[in-house]
Design a protein around this ligand. Structure first.
Ligand SMILES: [Zn+2]
Length: 209
């Protein structure tokens, strides 16, 4: 079969990310973040996943974002949400890229789960996380809810660094009426050993049931 695109992982011809590169990524797991009922990252953010995620996030590879978004459907508890939303990118980031990566991830996941997807959050102006130091990142951006939130919200993000963005977004969703906020991200910059539970551990299997 001929593909006119290349896999951002290995450079080989592929429709999006090749099977081998997806299979080689380090599985993520559960993170413990303030304000979130549960948070799961699909992969650990390491050299392998970074190449793929940066191509998706900053390299215009919306096709790769859609693959990653559909893969989020493998995470525990994702089917328990009333609605799916995402952590909105900054206006500057969205302009630079031409798209909001979280929105593409969320829409692909929504299609996979057949759950409605809505833009529930707005980011306060001038709140890009890129180029900030660690302290500024920990303080995180400020979000406000654009509308009332249902009881259980699935909140999508691309990469979790400190968790500040997800926590700040969850505060806004709770303020708008959500009782349960489940965070999911394509990757988290933690070592597998630092995850609360690994994606394929017995604990997570128990959560799935
Ligand atoms: Zn590949």
């Amino acid at each position: 079969m001929f593909f006119d695109r290349c896999c951002p992982g290995c450079g080989g011809r592929a429709r999006h990310v090749c099977r081998a590169c997806l299979a080689a990524l380090t599985p993520g797991g559960e993170l413990c973040l303030d304000q979130l009922t549960h948070t799961f990252a699909l992969y650990c953010y390491d050299d392998r996943s970074r190449q793929i995620i940066l191509a998706a996030k900053n390299g215009g590879r919306r096709d790769v974002l859609r693959v990653l978004g559909a893969q989020l459907g493998r995470l525990p508890l994702v089917d328990s949400a009333d609605i799916i939303t995402w952590v909105p990118a900054s206006v500057a980031g969205r302009r630079r890229r031409g798209y909001d990566q979280g929105r593409i991830l969320a829409r692909a996941l929504a299609r996979q789960l057949n759950v409605p997807v809505r833009p529930l959050l707005r980011r306060a102006a001038g709140q890009s996380q890129a180029g900030k130091n660690r302290l500024q990142r920990i303080q995180g951006p400020v979000f406000r809810a654009a509308t009332a939130a249902p009881k259980t919200v699935l909140l999508v993000d691309d990469v979790v660094a400190t968790g500040a963005s997800l926590s700040a977004a969850a505060v806004a969703l709770r303020g708008a009426g959500a009782d349960f906020v489940i965070g999911v991200a394509a990757a988290a910059s933690v070592r597998p050993a630092d995850l609360a539970t690994n994606l394929y551990s017995d604990d997570t299997q128990r959560l799935r049931r």
